[in-house]
Design a protein around this ligand. Structure first.
Ligand SMILES: NC(=O)c1ccc[n+]([C@@H]2O[C@H](COP(=O)([O-])OP(=O)(O)OC[C@H]3O[C@@H](n4cnc5c(N)ncnc54)[C@H](O)[C@@H]3O)[C@@H](O)[C@H]2O)c1
Ligand SMILES: [Zn+2]
Length: 349
């Protein structure tokens, strides 16, 4: 087990990579604990939860809404929760967002912690102190920065995850190796088969720790996304647009976004062609997509709509080498010309 600290404006958080659900009791108060989870997680792991009241949401993005937060607050009031209560979110990124935001606003804020049960939540969503819900189809519009007391990342709980959910998390883990490598890129390369089938707990724990270290280091320097935290958007500018158009799962769209960022970086002379090829091959090894059949001009239109507040420049995260990225303001005109001229080269477009 490894403990990694995240320091935020509202306090610090301990991320416990490789800790077990069995030891949860030693991190929470003996009483006044209220659990928030979803029905899938409750069905599989509910028997192992500590004996505190449980609020169960429906799985899925539509639950990440103010209505759920209000229902949870009413439930908390009904159960006699107070300012000294503790909220425990047990679930994936959606449950963590709902639980973290509910805890942040209930009675002006109560303490909270997470057991992150998806790979995506362990390598990304539960770390960093962002808590938010969606509004009218717009993601994470209502939310806050607030650090949980702790996050337990138990790899044993990943065995029940559908393989597609593992892939979602792996795309974010690869993203973290591009931001700060520390030899993790090669470890994933060498162990891709075992990683995607969750066969090697040791390597999996190293991968989760690495991701948490990378995200924690960036958040420690820039919690509120003024500068360096933007690096975490690597692959997401193009990826989000693909996700919006195709409805493709987030991780897969990010994988395509990473390849696009690599191509753009190579075109600008920042990244060696060999490194771009290695990245693409790693994603293929993990069975993640590296291309989409969507028209790139349509993706660009969606991207520009998404980023309309950034005016005539878009902050794009470029890859300099495996382990080094840089945020560049790219003129919209330039990006339009690039996509127009290279749409045939952008793989399988
Ligand atoms: N707050 C942040 O900084 C941040 C960062 C990245 C992503 N997110 C958010 O995270 C959300 C996605 O999170 P996610 O990918 O974990 O999705 P999720 O929470 O929907 O979980 C995916 C599915 O797996 C099920 N599940 C969860 N744990 C399981 C387990 N151990 N075994 C079997 N099934 C299990 C869930 O019920 C769900 O059906 C998005 O809403 C995204 O916006 C937030
Ligand atoms: Zn993401």
């Amino acid at each position: 087990m490894e403990t990694i600290f995240v320091k935020g404006g509202t306090g610090s958080s301990r991320i416990l990579a490789g800790e077990s659900l069995e030891n949860l009791k030693s991190y929470i108060p003996p009483s006044g604990v209220f659990i928030i989870t979803d029905s899938n997680v409750n069905r599989i792991y509910g028997k192992s939860f500590p004996g505190h009241p449980v609020f169960v949401t429906e799985p899925g993005e539509s639950s990440k809404a103010t209505e759920t937060v209000l229902s949870a607050c009413r439930w908390l009031l009904d159960k006699g929760a107070g300012r000294d209560s503790f909220i425990l979110g047990i679930g994936g990124g959606i449950v963590c967002d709902i639980a973290g935001f509910t805890a942040s606003v209930f009675m002006r804020g109560v303490r909270f912690g997470f057991v992150a049960t998806t790979l995506l939540a362990q390598v990304d969503a539960s770390v960093g102190g962002k808590n938010g819900v969606n509004l009218d189809g717009y993601k994470n519009i209502i939310g806050c920065f607030n650090q949980p007391d702790f996050v337990i990342c138990d790899t044993e709980m990943l065995v029940s995850l559908p393989p597609e959910e593992i892939k979602n998390g792996l795309a974010e883990a690869v993203k973290h190796t591009l931001i700060d490598n520390r030899n993790m890129f090669k470890t994933i390369w060498d162990n891709a088969g075992e990683i995607k089938e969750l066969k090697n707990t040791g390597v999996l724990n190293r991968l989760i720790s690495h991701s948490v270290h990378v995200k924690a280091a960036i958040v420690n320097r820039d919690e509120n996304e003024q500068g360096e935290r933007r690096k975490l958007n690597l692959g997401h500018t193009w990826g989000h647009a693909i996700e919006k158009i195709t409805g493709m799962p987030h991780g897969k769209a990010v994988s395509i976004g990473l390849v696009f960022a690599a191509r753009l970086s190579e075109h600008k002379g920042l990244l060696k062609p060999r490194d771009r090829e290695r990245l693409t091959e790693l994603l293929v090894r993990l069975e993640l997509p590296t291309a989409s059949s969507t028209d790139p001009m349509q993706v660009l239109t969606a991207l520009l709509k998404d980023k309309k507040r950034e005016a005539d420049h878009i902050h794009f995260v470029m890859i300099k080498s495996i382990g080094r990225v840089v945020v560049e303001a790219i003129p919209v005109r330039w990006l339009q010309d690039y996509v127009k001229q290279h749409k045939k080269d952008i793989p399988a477009f």
